[in-house]
Design a protein. Structure first.
Lengths: 282, 265
C-alpha cells in the first residue's frame, strides 16, 4: 500500500469504485454490442451492408436525422429567445423565469407525453378549441405524423437548449455592446455583428447537446408518432424485445454511438464539456 | 441598454414560450377530474373517483412503493460513489484525471437506448433482469455522473488551503475528509442526491428493457396507461407526479437560497 501510494496519487482510490463499476457494467457490454454488430448472425460486415440493400433501414435513419435536425433548429431558436430575455431581465424576474425553465425540466417525460396525447388527439383540446372558434372545419391531424412528434420533442428539448446558452450569455461583457452603441451602431447592427458572434460557443454547445439527446429519443416518437414515424430508437426496441434480433440493432447502435462521440469531439473544441453539463446543475 | 421595440418583443415572446413549456402539463388536472370511465374532459361535472381508484389500487400503490425504493437506493449509492469519485479526481487533478472524468460522464451523454441495450445484454447472463439489484445498479451508473458534476462544482469553490491547514494541525486524511471537506461541499452533495433520485424516479427507457413482471415501476405503469389510452387513473397519477415535482422544486429552491445567503455572509 505504502509503496503503491508513492507511484499512484491516493485520490485514485476514491475514484476506483465508480470507475470499476462503469468499466465492468457499462463499457463492457457496450463493447460487446459493437462486437456483435460484426458477428451476429454471421461474422462479417453483413449488418452494415444492409444499409445499402434495405430501403426500410435507410428510411428509418433518414427520418431520425430529419426529425432531429428540425427539432434542434426550433429548440435552439426558441431557447435563444428565452435565454436572451433572461439575461436582460431584472434579477427577480430572471429567477422567476429560471424557475419556469427548471420546473418544465423536472416534470416527468411521461406526464408531458400524456398531456400532449390529450391535447393533440382528433378530439383533443386543441382541435376542439379550433373548431369552436371556427378556424378549421376538419380536425387537424397532429398525431401519428411527424408534426406531433416534432411538437412533443421541441417542447422537451427547449430547456436543454436554454441552459448552455444562458451560461454563455452570462459571461459576456456588456461593455462591448455599449461600446458598439456609442460608436454609432444601431441596436440591430450591434446584435447581428457583435452579440450573435460572441454567443457562438453557446449556440454550438446547445445545438449539439439537443441534437445528441434527440438522436436516441424513444418515448415521445413512440407515443405521438403512433407507429407511423419510425425512428432508430423505436426500431432498436422492437428488434430486441419483439423479434429478438441483435445484429441489425447492434449495427444501428454502433452508428449512433460513433455519431454521438464524433459530435462530442466537435463540441469539446468549442466549449469545456463540463461547463455545458454543469450548467444544468446550477 | 435602452429598452427598444425589439427588447419588448423579445420579453413578451420569452414569456409566451415559458408558458408553452409549463402549461401543457396542466391539462392532466381537468382530465383527472372527469366523472366518466374513459379519458375525457369533464363536461361541467367533477369527480374524485379516479384519485380514489389510484390510491386504492394495489398495482399503482406497489408501483409507487417500488419506484420509491429504487429511487432512494439509487440516490444513496450514486451519491456515495459520485462524491468519492469527485473528491478523488479533485485531489489528483492531472491530465489523466480530466480524461477519466470525461469517460465517467459518458453514461449520462450516451443515448439512453444504447445504455438500455448494454444493461439488457449483461443483465440476462448475470440473472439481474427484473430484480431490484439490477434496476438499482443500472440507475446508479446513469445517475452517479450527475452527482460527480454537482459535487465537482462545489469543490471548485472549496479552498484547498483549508485541507492543508487541517492536515498541518494534525488531522488524518480521513478526519479531514469528514470534518472539513464534506461539510463545505454539502450543497453539491445534496443537489446531486436529489438529481439522482429524480433521474431514477422518472427513468423509463432502461426500465422497459431490464424489468418485466416483478419490477413494475411508476413510469412503467404510466407508460402502460398511456399506451392503452383509456383509463383516466393515469391522469390522476400524472397530477400526483406534477404535485410532487412542484414540492421537490420548492424545497430545492428554498434550500439553495438559504445556502446562497449563508455563503454570502
Amino acid at each position: 500500500m505504502k509503496t503503491l501510494g508513492r507511484y499512484i496519487s491516493p485520490g485514485w482510490f476514491l475514484v476506483a469504485p465508480f470507475l470499476l463499476l462503469v468499466a465492468a457494467f457499462y463499457l463492457g457490454p457496450i463493447l460487446n454490442i459493437l462486437w456483435l454488430s460484426f458477428t451476429d448472425p454471421v461474422p462479417g460486415v453483413g449488418n452494415y451492408r444492409e444499409l445499402y440493400e434495405s430501403d426500410a433501414l435507410v428510411r428509418i435513419i433518414w427520418t431520425t436525422v430529419r426529425v432531429c435536425i428540425v427539432t434542434t433548429v426550433f429548440s435552439v431558436l426558441l431557447g435563444y429567445v428565452i435565454a436572451y430575455a433572461m439575461v436582460h431581465a431584472h434579477e427577480n424576474k430572471r429567477n422567476l423565469m429560471l424557475g419556469f425553465v427548471l420546473v418544465s425540466f423536472w416534470i416527468s417525460i411521461l406526464v408531458r407525453t400524456f398531456s400532449w396525447l390529450m391535447l393533440l388527439g382528433r378530439n383533443g383540446l386543441v382541435n376542439n378549441a379550433f373548431e369552436t372558434i371556427g378556424i378549421v372545419s376538419e380536425p387537424i391531424a397532429f398525431m401519428r405524423n411527424e408534426l406531433g412528434v416534432l411538437i412533443g420533442m421541441v417542447h422537451y428539448m427547449v430547456p436543454y437548449a436554454v441552459l448552455p446558452l444562458l451560461v454563455n450569455m452570462q459571461t459576456l461583457d456588456m461593455r462591448v455592446m455599449n461600446a458598439s452603441r456609442n460608436l454609432g451602431a444601431s441596436g440591430t447592427q450591434t446584435f447581428w455583428r457583435i452579440y450573435l458572434p460572441l454567443t457562438t460557443p453557446g449556440l454550438v454547445a446547445s445545438t449539439l447537446l439537443v441534437f445528441i439527446l434527440s438522436l436516441g429519443f424513444y418515448v415521445t416518437p413512440a407515443v405521438l408518432g403512433g407507429g407511423k414515424v419510425l425512428m432508430v430508437a423505436e426500431y432498436i426496441y422492437v428488434q430486441l424485445l419483439v423479434t429478438l434480433q441483435w445484429g441489425t440493432a447492434a449495427m444501428l447502435a454502433a452508428l449512433m454511438l460513433f455519431g454521438v462521440l464524433g459530435l462530442l469531439y466537435v463540441m469539446s473544441r468549442f466549449m469545456k464539456l463540463s461547463t455545458v453539463f454543469g450548467g444544468t446543475a446550477s | 441598454m435602452r429598452s427598444g421595440l425589439f427588447a419588448r418583443f423579445n420579453r413578451v415572446g420569452a414569456w409566451i414560450l415559458l408558458l408553452f413549456l409549463v402549461t401543457p402539463a396542466l391539462v392532466a388536472i381537468p382530465v383527472s377530474l372527469t366523472p366518466k370511465r374513459f379519458l375525457s374532459m369533464p363536461g361541467g361535472e367533477y369527480s374524485l373517483r379516479h384519485f380514489i381508484a389510484l390510491f386504492s389500487s394495489p398495482e399503482w400503490l406497489s408501483s409507487f412503493f417500488q419506484s420509491a425504493v429504487i429511487g432512494l437506493s439509487t440516490s444513496a449509492l450514486a451519491t456515495i460513489l459520485g462524491t468519492l469519485c469527485a473528491i478523488g479526481l479533485w485531489r489528483v487533478s492531472s491530465k489523466y484525471s480530466e480524461v477519466v472524468r470525461a469517460f465517467l460522464l459518458l453514461p449520462m451523454i450516451i443515448p439512453q437506448i444504447i445504455s438500455a441495450m448494454a444493461f439488457y445484454r449483461l443483465w440476462v447472463p448475470l440473472g439481474l433482469l427484473d430484480t431490484y439489484p439490477g434496476m438499482i445498479l443500472a440507475h446508479t451508473i446513469l445517475a452517479a455522473p450527475l452527482v460527480l458534476i454537482t459535487v465537482s462544482a462545489s469543490l471548485a469553490n472549496f479552498d484547498p488551503k483549508l485541507e492543508q491547514a487541517s492536515r498541518n494541525l494534525g488531522a488524518s486524511s480521513w478526519v479531514t475528509m469528514w470534518r472539513v471537506i464534506l461539510p463545505s461541499i454539502k450543497p453539491g452533495v445534496f443537489a446531486g442526491a436529489l438529481f439522482a433520485f429524480i433521474l431514477s424516479w422518472d427513468e423509463i427507457v432502461v426500465t422497459l428493457f431490464v424489468s418485466k413482471f416483478n419490477i413494475y415501476t411508476l413510469p412503467r405503469r404510466m407508460w402502460n396507461g398511456i399506451r392503452e389510452n383509456t383509463d383516466p387513473t393515469v391522469a390522476a397519477a400524472a397530477v400526483v407526479l406534477i404535485a410532487l415535482t412542484l414540492i421537490a422544486f420548492a424545497v430545492f429552491a428554498l434550500v439553495s437560497r438559504r445556502n446562497a445567503r449563508q455563503s454570502r455572509t
